[in-house]
Design a protein around this ligand. Sequence first.
Ligand code: UD1
Length: 343
Amino acid sequence: MKKRILVTGGLGYIGSHTTVELLARGYEVILADNLSNTRAEVLDGIHSIAGIRPEWLNVDLADPMACREALQGRNLDGIIHFAAFKAVGESVQKPLKYYQNNLFSLMNILDYVKQNPNCGLIFSSSCTVYGQADNLPITENAPVKAAESPYGNTKQIGEEILSEIAHAAKLKTIALRYFNPIGAHASAKIGELPLGVPQNLVPFITQSAAGLRGPLSVYGNDYPTSDGTAIRDYIHVLDLAQAHIIALERLIENGQESPMEVFNLGTGHGSSVLEVIQAFERATGQLLNWTFAPRRAGDIVAAYADTQRATEVLGWTAGKSLDDSMRDAWAWQCALNVAKKDA
Ligand code: UD1
């Protein structure tokens, strides 16, 4: 019997890449997505890569009745819960929107899992919970710092809710703390779909190189780093997708050591903004226009993962390089441009 997995936010960036990996490994996948930050055509991309069109539930998971109705009798073996709002700036403007969506949906999913405790649950968390960590690389034991934004707070509170309920009800759960996901599927059929002006570095780079935006502003050149620009751990989205499947298998096989486990997902390697620009130019042959600009409020100096726990416990390491990510992100940007011209 095929294992049946619900992927919430399955038409989103990380959700769509995880879905194609799940399908490739023979899982039955049900998607839940209310298109709040993506498009229905992503399903075509998934279908085209995987050769299977998974069932898609257009449901608002933050609505308890709708969520219960959608999941009732589904006999799920696992849920990967990606669905959440994620724009840091918007969360500062509209905190209630973020708390309502991100926390209610998690609680409604937990309601199902509590009634079906054999169903494993993976929660999308973020390295944002560490803030500016005192020590690098960052281990999972680094203290969680006061959140910089309501978005970050939903991840911290989400982890607390998950931990308390998982322990009380003896559930099978894992929180995965992502560093900076970038790149796209090598087929260029799915990728990131930022709506409006991209706030994240790599989508801005590819849109700028494609002529859709002006020059990149490099925020800050006076950080205490080797070249003065901020450092992050950029991880290819397909490496992330594979980590989710390994984590899911651990839950399905009852391999977890506690009701809630936490893992960092990063490469373990920090890259400065200038190094990202160099990797982009090297991997794509495109020249990028950029200028230095003042630091962006709320940005930290440096973050990169200690990957030891993920390597030793999950047997997972990121396999793709920064150049791979840049090449794939650029191919995706070019495919989007072609689609726009055709439309
Ligand atoms: C951001 C979010 C984080 C989220 C992550 C998802 C903030 C404060 N944090 O992290 O919560 O989990 O995205 O990927 O928004 N940069 C430029 N010019 C640009 C854009 C970015 O120089 O136009 C720099 C930033 O200053 C930073 C680096 O590029 O040093 C990465 O930025 P970004 O991609 O936005 O990710 P984070 O800020 O690390």
